[in-house]
Design a protein around this ligand. Structure first.
Ligand code: 5CA
Ligand code: ZN
Length: 409
């Protein structure tokens, strides 16, 4: 699949700092010091509806990770999937009486437009679940042949007990895992499973649903977690730097994915850091396609909202916080954008060298975007109050805000 066009990332004077980031698995900060090429996998959308502010906030967090790395003069190898076949997508297509392929294509196209407008850096490999099937089938066969997976009425399940490290991404209790499994696509109550938490790797063809040739697995379609693992292992290999997504992916998705990968390769861990963004809510509930309480990026764009303001609204919250989208959040961002643009439109201003270092410090410190915004606010306030004589300062601020925050002034 093709991704979307990259906006240019200006180079800044000096060199950025290594990223210290919160890792869900260890519950603490890790300092990531990748080699010349940093490797990141971010879970992509299930394209049955448009990109909402929750999605955008999560992709914004991982865009910042890349910008911090690029500022350290590293290259970034970024992989993202599209879950272009799964239960919610098929259910929506049936509900709306449309073709599921067309639905996925339409919503993926809209996602690309939203990401482009928000200046999110594109992945080098943007891979759909359907196109990954030929790579998924042999992985499931290997798991089954090694005894780490088993068949139940034609479906193939992964045995979580095959991975001695199972549970070490989320560190959740069995009770909580069971509850979340039922809520997020699992089937803990299906009779005949070895462990109620065991997730499906391959679902045998169902009447009226699409299916593919799974060689010795028979006709069917892949489970959700193995999809991301197959794509990540194919393009990044084991031990990559960051596995990213929203906090609703901690369990079961990232827990199961890590177990699949670790069992397949015998290596541990799959990722050096499991990084999770908080949930964005609306009216007291998590914003979600299934609940329908959504504010869409495309809708705001159509209403004439500057994408840079949307981006500033996302940046005004720490990525790990759960927060509520309100009109006020957007209004504040529009006003901030106006102040910043006015400040950089003058021919000179107060020196911005210290500001660049403050931005670097804030973002390398677990992506503290609110602290980064506060630093730019201080510079803009000084510019408004006193001005300055440094004629390179406004340009440097523009480039730094673009390079590190993805906001075009
Ligand atoms: N296709 C799978 C991942 S392989 C999936 O979860 N798709 S999704 O469309 O449901 O979500 C895409 C990304 O947005 C995920 O990282 C998810 O955690 C994140 N996300 C979904 N809802 C919210 C929300 N309300 N706030 C923040 N992030 C969210
Ligand atoms: Zn995923």
């Amino acid at each position: 699949m093709h991704a979307w066009p990259a906006s240019e990332v200006p180079a800044l004077p000096g060199k950025g700092r290594d990223l210290r980031i919160h890792d869900t698995a260890t519950g603490g900060r890790v300092t990531l010091a990748p080699g010349p090429v940093a490797r990141i996998y971010v879970c992509g959308i299930t394209p049955y509806d448009a990109t909402h502010m929750g999605h955008a906030a999560t992709y914004n967090a991982f865009d910042l990770v890349q910008r911090v790395w690029l500022d350290t003069k590293r290259q970034v190898h970024y992989v993202q999937n599209v879950t272009d076949v799964d239960d919610p997508l098929l259910e929506r297509a049936i509900r709306d009486g449309i073709d599921w392929v067309g639905l996925a294509e339409r919503e993926t196209a809209l996602f690309r437009e939203d990401m482009t407008a928000l200046r999110m850096l594109p992945p080098q490999h943007y891979i759909g679940a359907v196109e990954a099937i030929p790579g998924i089938v042999p992985l499931v066969e290997r798991l089954r042949d090694s005894g780490a997976a088993y068949e139940l009425d034609g479906d193939i399940y992964f045995s979580v007990d095959a991975d001695p490290h199972f549970g070490q991404v989320s560190n959740y209790t069995t009770e909580l895992m069971r509850h979340l499994s039922a809520e997020r696509g699992g089937d803990p109550d299906r009779p005949g499973k070895k462990n109620p938490l065991d997730p499906m790797l391959w679902m045998a063809a169902r009447e009226g649903e699409p299916s593919w040739d799974g060689a010795s697995l028979g006709l069917g379609r892949p489970g959700w977690h193995i999809e991301c693992v197959a794509i990540a292992l194919d393009h990044l290999g084991m031990g990559f730097d960051v596995q990213g997504g929203g906090s609703d992916l901690i369990f079961p998705h990232h827990e199961m994915g890590a177990s699949h990968a670790q069992t397949l390769t015998g290596e541990f861990p799959m990722a050096k850091a499991y990084v999770h963004a908080g949930m964005v809510g609306l009216d007291g509930e998590k914003m979600s396609k299934s609940r329908g309480n959504l504010v869409f990026v495309s809708r705001l764009r159509r209403d004439g909202v500057d994408p840079a303001a949307i981006r500033l609204a996302l940046l005004s919250h720490h990525y790990r916080a759960d927060w509520e989208w309100t009109d006020q959040v957007l209004q504040d961002a529009v006003e901030r954008l106006g102040r910043w643009r006015a400040a950089v439109s003058r021919p000179d201003g107060p020196s911005a060298d210290a500001l660049v270092e403050e931005l670097r410090e804030a973002l390398s410190d677990d992506l503290d975007a609110p602290a980064a915004l506060a630093a730019v606010d201080r510079w803009a306030a000084l510019q408004a109050a006193e001005g300055g004589t440094d004629d390179s300062a406004p340009g440097l601020v523009s480039r730094a805000v673009d390079a590190l925050l993805g906001v075009a002034l």
